[in-house]
Design a protein around this ligand. Structure first.
Ligand code: FES
Length: 165
């Protein structure tokens, strides 16, 4: 059964207090972020738990979680490549970058490598159009992507994974 630690539950209460009385639904996005940080992705059970914490209907959580690409609705790898595919990035070659990543990792969009290291997702504009083509990797942006840059990033991730094991 899903249950946040005491520390996370305190954080949830702190977030809820930012909003007017009875408007705890407004806390759904930050609380979903907390849940995703904790579990890596949002299962139906996790979303139901978030709904119970906020005292709202589960459907109200599902609506939000399924709308935003930043929420993962299935398990993802240790390294999540979220490649922007909106206009400015597309014009700058994001399609080629996506194809190259697919080929390098042997996975399609929305898939995870069998070793659980990499997941590839495509997303809409991340607000860094001036650095196109770009992607988000964890909390950081990787910009001006080229095939060489992608190779470097994959190698960096593999090294970091070795260090994390
Ligand atoms: S279009 Fe890619 S960051 Fe805006």
């Amino acid at each position: 059964m899903i249950k946040f630690s005491e520390e996370k539950l305190n954080k949830v209460q702190e977030i809820i207090r930012r909003y007017p009385e009875g408007k705890q639904k407004s806390a759904v996005i930050p609380v979903l972020h907390l849940a995703q940080e904790e579990y890596g992705w949002l299962s139906a059970e996790t979303m139901d738990y978030v709904a119970s914490l906020l005292r709202i209907e589960p459907i109200e959580v599902y609506e939000v979680a399924t709308f935003y690409s930043m929420f993962n609705l299935k398990p993802v790898g240790k390294f999540l490549f979220e490649v922007c595919q909106t206009g400015p990035c597309m014009i700058s070659g994001s399609d080629n970058i996506i194809e190259y990543i697919k080929q390098r990792l042997g996975i399609g969009v929305g898939e995870t490598t069998p070793d659980g290291l990499f997941t590839l997702k495509t997303v809409e504009c991340l607000g860094a159009c001036g650095y196109a083509p770009m992607m988000q990797l964890g909390k950081h942006y990787r910009e001006h992507l080229t095939k060489d840059r992608v190779d470097q990033i994959i190698e960096e991730c593999r090294k970091n994974a070795g260090m994390l094991n």
